[in-house]
Design a binder for this molecule. Structure first.
Ligand SMILES: [Zn+2]
Length: 462
């Protein structure tokens, strides 16, 4: 018997036709969701009592530099220019292939533990074929639904770079690991884009994506580097297309959002990093104004936590905060508030799946889709009484409330713990890798490292 039924749960399906239920069942048959609805009746299946729990689709993080989790929170007080100096100028080039494995494997497990069932691994430290092999292996070994977004080597990231990307290795990785687009892990290309590379190199990288039939995810509109109208430049070069994700978008102009909308592109917002590091305000309302429903991303665990709840909360408050401040200044009453908790859950699930080009497989509890879902326990003091099920997920829940996580029908977390994962052993492996990395870098690991800012490619005075 390979069927599981979750009984009598609050179900937030994120499927418009199925909607929300205060008391419903979810039937998983093998890898798929088979049925969702009140009282599915007797079924020959393993039973999970969902009473008092909330069942919803797994979260989708549409942009995370997973390899950086070895540098966890080294950058709490770094600007974007210091990040370039510290991560690119010092650490990236010192990573060994094994460091890439440790980062991707443990980073992806951290995401799974936090209810992120789909992760766009924005892998941009592929310094040799061994590095890319180990990054792919780490992602695949974790059991997450991953999109390996192949990005440039460390040395190619100093703007404006004319160094060529190793496109032979991109083709090799495509053929060796991702010859099918139907696996649990799939592939995308993560080129530097017009902010970081010359036009010649940008055209070369995007041509490679076309040849290998890979979707594209590209940074656009982040901070001082994003003020060169990157989307308009891409559009003029014929590079805007329907399978392109624009990451951040904080510094884009209004007409650039229209270009994204007109060409069917998607948007990924990483609000906490954007606000802390000076990318600009989150592009939520600018996207919505042009009919683009954005997705949410964590970006870098070098400076922020790896869970989706925090990002949802910061994005909602930051977006409302801008409009509230404008209303206050104009002595106006804002009613209704822009954005709802339901919008936020949509961004974190279904819109994430759409952005990752995986909405035919995941992002909602729709029969026929793969069973990627969460069971959130509401027995903790922070979770009851439940007067607004969507609201309690958006504003109150944390990683510790996640009882279970399923990916493609497989339980990867049960009863609050990752299944078959020895966290103590992982910590030992991580500590050994990080000791080596900081030793090679010759920088302190005590919170007092402030790298020299890198401002190449901008007209900033420093
Ligand atoms: Zn990024």
């Amino acid at each position: 018997m390979n069927r599981t039924i979750i009984r009598n749960a609050i179900v937030l399906s994120m499927d418009k036709d199925i909607g929300e239920h205060l008391d419903a069942d979810v039937l998983i048959d093998g890898t798929k969701i088979a049925a969702v609805g009140p009282n599915l009746g007797p079924v020959d299946a393993h039973e999970i009592d969902g009473k008092g729990s909330i069942v919803l689709p797994g979260f989708v993080d549409t942009h995370r530099h997973t390899w950086q989790c070895l540098l966890r929170n080294a950058a709490a007080d770094w600007s974007l220019a210091q990040y370039f100096g510290g991560v690119r100028g010092v650490m990236g080039g010192l990573y060994t292939p094994d460091d890439m494995y440790v980062g991707n494997y443990i980073g992806a497990l951290e995401a799974l533990d936090a209810g992120i069932t789909t992760l766009v691994d924005w892998s941009h430290n592929n310094n040799s074929p061994d590095h890319s092999d180990m990054a792919v292996k780490g992602l695949m070994d974790s059991g997450i639904r991953g999109v390996f977004a192949y990005g440039n080597a460390n040395k190619e990231w100093f703007p404006i770079s004319d160094l060529p990307m190793d496109l032979e290795d991109v083709a090799r990785v495509r053929k060796r690991y991702f010859s099918s687009d139907d696996g649990l892990c799939t592939m995308a290309l993560a080129p530097r884009g017009i902010q970081f590379a010359t036009v010649e190199q940008t055209l070369r990288e995007q041509e490679c994506a076309r040849e290998l039939n890979l979707p594209i995810t590209v940074h656009a509109g982040d901070g001082l580097w994003g003020l060169n109208r990157p989307v308009e430049q891409m559009y003029r070069l014929g590079l805007c297309g329907p399978r392109t994700t624009y990451v951040h978008c904080s510094a884009l102009d209004d007409d650039e959002f229209q270009l994204i909308a007109d060409t069917g592109g998607t948007v990924s917002i990483a609000a906490e990093v954007e606000l802390n590091m000076g990318h600009g305000n989150p592009a939520t309302l600018s996207s919505l104004k042009h009919g683009i429903r954005p997705s949410i991303s964590i970006d870098i665990c070098t400076s922020v936590g790896g869970d989706m709840f925090t990002q949802i909360r910061i994005l909602m408050a930051a977006t409302r905060g801008v409009v509230n401040a404008e209303a206050l200044k104009a002595r106006k009453l804002l009613d209704p508030l822009p954005l709802t908790a339901r919008d936020m859950l949509d961004f974190a699930t279904l819109q994430g799946a759409r952005t990752a080009n995986l909405d035919h497989k995941t992002g909602s509890l729709t029969p026929g889709k793969d069973a990627d879902l969460l069971i959130i326990n509401t027995d903790s003091l922070n979770m009851f009484p439940i007067n607004n099920p969507v609201g309690v997920v958006i504003e109150d829940a944390h990683v510790g409330n996640i009882d279970s996580v399923f990916v493609r029908g497989r339980a990867v977390k049960r009863h609050g713990k990752l299944v078959d994962v020895d966290v103590k052993a992982l910590r030992r492996r991580m500590e050994t890798a990080v000791d080596g990395l900081f030793d090679r870098a010759g920088v302190p690991r005590d919170g007092n490292w402030l790298p020299k800012p890198y401002t190449g490619g901008t007209d900033a005075e420093s």
